[in-house]
Design a binder for this molecule. Sequence first.
Ligand code: NAI
Ligand code: SF4
Length: 441
Amino acid sequence: MSKKLLLKDAHIEGIRYFDVYRKQGGYEAVEKALKMTPEAVVEEVKTSGLRGRGGAGFPTGMKWSFLAKPEGVPRYLVVNADESEPGTFKDRYLMEFIPHLLIEGMIISSFALGANTSYIYIRGEYSWIPDILEEAIDEAKKNGFLGKNILGTGYDLEIYVQRGAGAYICGEETALLESLEGKRGNPRLKPPFPAVKGLWACPTVVNNVETIAAVVPIINITGAEYAKIGVGRSTGTKLISACGNINKPGVYEIDMTITVEEFIYSDEYCGGIPNGKKLKACIPGGSSVPILPANLLLKTINGEPRYMNYESLADGGFATGTMMGSGGFEVLDEDQCIVEHTMTLSRFYAHESCGQCTPCREGTPWMYKILKKIESGEGTSADIDLLWDVQRKIEGNTICPLGDAAAWPVAAAIRHFRDEFEWHINNPECLTRNYGLANYA
Ligand code: NAI
Ligand code: SF4
């Protein structure tokens, strides 16, 4: 049984509301943190080993300690709730069902960072959630946890919710800041990082929803105890949104010591694959991370079990490993066509490119066009090589990670499933979709 820190009260009726949340020990972490110094709170987060839960896995305490502190300049905390990575829906779950956990985490984090104004930037498609968050903010304020002189400590904080307008790129932290400033959401060149020059050119920490929510149990149980959960540099718990060909899609909290096999087949999590179908592949960390075929997904190249954590999923680098990413776990059974799946992802990235850099602006629709040609049975072997070449020229040559995110799924699909691409070129029908012949396990 996995240890639950974030979702431990998710089943309690009415946990969305302040009174019920408070009865379960809610806001005790705020009371504790406000008796500490901001530096001590940052130290606690550093000790916990918490890594950014949005996808990059950057150490949170380190990011906080990078925050510039020039005299007389405001600092900001911005929560990235622009969860748009295909297959990722864990932040939605947190905000919809336990909004006070995020608000509580924001109060502690803002205090630690010396921010008096903080924002939640939420994707436009989550249209019903801002009302839930604003209600939670109002409740927290009425109960003295927000506004002026919180709990009589002299600390002031206001939290505002800002809706996005439906662009995936606004989840990239600097595009998000541009959008929050009222401009078109074009990513900025980094450095300078937001920690030095962020919102309105002021020092800003941008953290994912789950990252900020995790600060609450860290303060409650201490950073040292949090660091004992999990393994190695994968400390604490991680939310995984599971979808695709599984019996029990949903959001799960894992402690990062379980194997991928256990996660897919155990009844506690995904509950196996419907209709006794075989596992073909999985994208474990949202659409931007490399797809892995079943043999490399269940075991590393050295025959070790593959675990659901940052290190084990990445074992072997991009040739034989993948990434934890945002925790958007998508399972593909033997009937899924990799060429079609990759084409669908390419269409998404081509549509979402902001168009600032030539390799991304021109390369993403080009990849989609080639994939469409191959998928429809009109491709040639040269098209596979061309596709490989185009993705290589995008990777590492763009302002923001969207370029890499568009290139990696294509590279991994060709690397691991070249035979499916060749089948599409040599045969008018799709091998997997029409005949169910593939067996990659
Ligand atoms: P990144 O690795 O460039 O940065 C990670 C964080 O560390 C950023 O906040 C950055 O400002 C900070 N940082 C790094 N070096 C720093 C330094 N020297 N000084 C100060 N701060 C520093 O990655 P990025 O662009 O933030 O995220 C990419 C990831 O996002 C991808 O791996 C992907 O998995 C994920 N993603 C998640 C989505 C979602 O819906 N959750 C959507 C799209 C992508
Ligand atoms: Fe825009 Fe793509 Fe360049 Fe990112 S990589 S800045 S999305 S064109």
